[in-house]
Design a protein around this ligand. Structure first.
Ligand SMILES: [Zn+2]
Length: 282
């Protein structure tokens, strides 16, 4: 306490003169800290706003929903760093949305409040560790189970019933609409996790590994990995699939991201605002 009182007068003048970073400063610092080359073709670009805007505060989120943008304005934050696109398609193309009322309302809100949206998708997955996995594994308390050489592979210390494993997930994410394919009484220890919407190109090679008896995913097309796992059960091959929902499967990664950015951008507050699960069920 004494030490704090001593240093406070020294810190105050420093704070008073500390200039707000620009959007470009923040992006440059993130890229430098990530210590991984930026992909030649990347979706990690400014979607709206300006690289020269002075940053008042930063919000990280899984999805830049209109509700998240409103919350960012309440928090006096003008730089939004989402994991996913602004306009419902991977490249944030305006094609087909030229006269769209939803897109117009969202873009108007961003212009009215002078927000800047910079997507942080490719690089956060390319980093070591992958920031999305770092946040998810921390929240799920799976650190001890993770294969140090393969971020997607895990092994439980004891054989566990699928139903028990899913119950733990459901308690962690009471708002999630978790769905499961496979025998609830199946015992397993090896599992995989493919966050987000990685697609069958990633899901099938994981499911083909003997050590992946259960695969936890964000989302999949319902006619691909989901039906594969249903047939696996019928063929006597022990496989199960747990579908968390895309939002649930990555949001804690963006919470981790807020803490990480605060460490490299200390001048302004950095908040994580959850987009939340979009679904309700009857
Ligand atoms: Zn992702």
């Amino acid at each position: 306490m004494k030490r704090f009182l001593f240093t406070l007068p020294l810190l105050l003048p420093l704070c008073a003169v500390a200039e707000s970073p620009t959007v470009q400063d923040v992006i440059d610092r993130i890229r430098a800290e990530a210590d991984h080359p930026v992909r030649e073709t990347t979706v990690d670009t400014i979607k709206m706003g300006s690289p020269d805007a002075e940053v008042t505060g930063i919000v990280t989120t899984f999805m830049p929903t209109l509700a998240v943008l409103k919350k960012a304005v309440e928090l006096n934050c003008n730089l939004i760093i989402p994991h996913e696109p602004l306009l419902y398609n991977h490249w944030d193309s305006l094609d087909g949305f030229e006269n769209d009322a939803v897109v117009a309302a969202k873009r108007q809100f961003i212009e009215d409040h002078k927000l800047t949206i910079w997507r942080f998708h490719d690089l956060i997955h390319d980093m070591h560790p992958d920031g999305i996995y770092a946040g998810m594994v921390r929240r799920l308390e799976w650190t001890a189970f993770q294969n140090p050489d393969h971020k997607m592979l895990f092994k439980l210390p004891v054989e566990t019933r699928l139903r028990t494993f899913v119950d733990v997930l459901a308690r962690k994410y009471p708002e999630a609409e978790i769905r499961v394919v496979g025998n609830p009484d199946m015992q397993f220890s090896g599992f995989g996790m493919a966050v987000g919407a990685m697609g069958s190109r990633i899901h099938f090679p994981l499911l083909q590994k003997d050590e992946v008896e259960v695969l936890v995913i964000g989302e999949a097309n319902e006619w691909e990995a989901i039906e594969y796992v249903r047939d696996a059960g019928e063929a006597g091959i022990r496989k199960a699939l747990i579908i968390l929902g895309h939002a649930i499967s990555e949001e804690d990664g963006m919470a981790w991201c807020a803490e990480w950015i605060q460490g490299i951008v200390p001048e302004v507050p950095v908040h994580h605002v959850e987009a939340g699960d979009p679904f309700w069920a009857p």
